[in-house]
Design a protein around this ligand. Sequence first.
Ligand code: ZN
Length: 496
Amino acid sequence: MRIGILQLWQETNTLNPLPTTRRDFETLGLYRGDEIIEHLSATNEPGGFIQSLRAWPERPEIVGLVRLPAWPSGRATADTFAWLKQEILDSFDRAGPLDGVLFALHGALAADEHPDVEGEMLAAVRQRIGTKTPLVATFDLHANLTKLKVASADALVGFHTAPHIDVLETGVRGAKVLRRILVDGARPTTALVKLPLVVPAERANTQDSTSVSYEFRRRLEALERRPEVLTAALATVQPWLDVAELGTAVIVTTDGDRELAEREAKGLAADVWARRRDYLPELVPAAEAVRRANACVDGLVVLSDAADATTSGAPGDSTWCLRELLKYAWPRGGALVTLVAPEIVAQATRLGVGATLAGPLGGVRDAKNSTPVDVAAVVERVFAAKFVLSGHLGVNLPIDMGQAAVLRVGDVRIVCTERSGPHFAPELFRAAGLDPFAAQVLVAKSPCGFRAVYSERAALIINVQAPGCAPADFQNYPYEHRPRPLWPWEDCEWRA
Ligand SMILES: [Zn+2]
């Protein structure tokens, strides 16, 4: 028995003007063939696939196909789409005949002229392997599920958690579904219910028992414990995706019981719709958020600057919080903020530690939503932003954000990196020689994922409202292609 595994991963943010290119996929960790098994057996969905397959009594041969990851950013170019498709098809040519395929996807990858990249890739794989070879794909909770995706795979298995702490486990669940089809002879039938609904990520915390998402996660887990259900998921989609099929989805796959799949999917979708207002967060404008942080007398304050969340595909060099932080003294541990700023890192490296870097900072990658701020900063450290991430987004995941520098202005430390990445991660601050939990205030460029590690340790968390490419109030931004009506842009009546 030969099982092929592959991964295509990127979350596209169509409000971000920076295009995603082939080079972005090559930089983050492109692997072909056996390299996948060598490098990924302990991390994320591929690790879940590999560990599960190794435990099957049939001892299947694990065939590495290709892994194509890029950090969340703007739309991929049409050339990049063509190259990705060729890489995937070539990997099947190299592999030879397969008995089953496990495909790890994000689910919200869009390219110029191709709004549903993963739908097209699944369809291409299906065409290549034929209808008799089972194809099971995994997807992120913020995936945009489409009819093409559902029609092209035997089953789609999604994360249950946000912050995403079940990434490897989702790989394990995907392999389990493949086994039920391939070995036990299950006949998957899937109900997909799309809702005219997009919700912000801030309050969709599946680990917080007061959140509506907690309740829905428990329901999905209970559904998956039923022997007739192969898999069930709620994909609340990431909101910054201006495509015609944008919308939240519920998906339930059963072993041949169409009626059950539809009943459960519709029931859950109706409840998500009824609870939609529970997802709306309280947002505090940047100036007021920083003022409140400064007034907090004890412990760490985390400012969630979701609009510039690099995990949501924003450019990561917004200066809205930085500008406000520079107005105050932070005598109890200082202030920490990050920027994606390759030119600044190069300049700091050239100048060297102890030198003063004077000039404009940030606000260049997305000139529409943010402007540079003038500083005279001391270069405090130059380092390699290389670490292993465990927590939101994965476990044992190697991250390389390139060269980096710590700049200091008064009590404010600005961690600048050459490339985008998980700018909320404590591992990044530690690589910079800083203790994130000893700071007085820290800006986490993340809407919800940062909570996995900061919730327990922060005295106060504030959801900042600032302009950017990944705002929580996305309904105030122009979208051209999205369906209408779509809540919260329009209110409407809806029934599953
Ligand atoms: Zn996600």
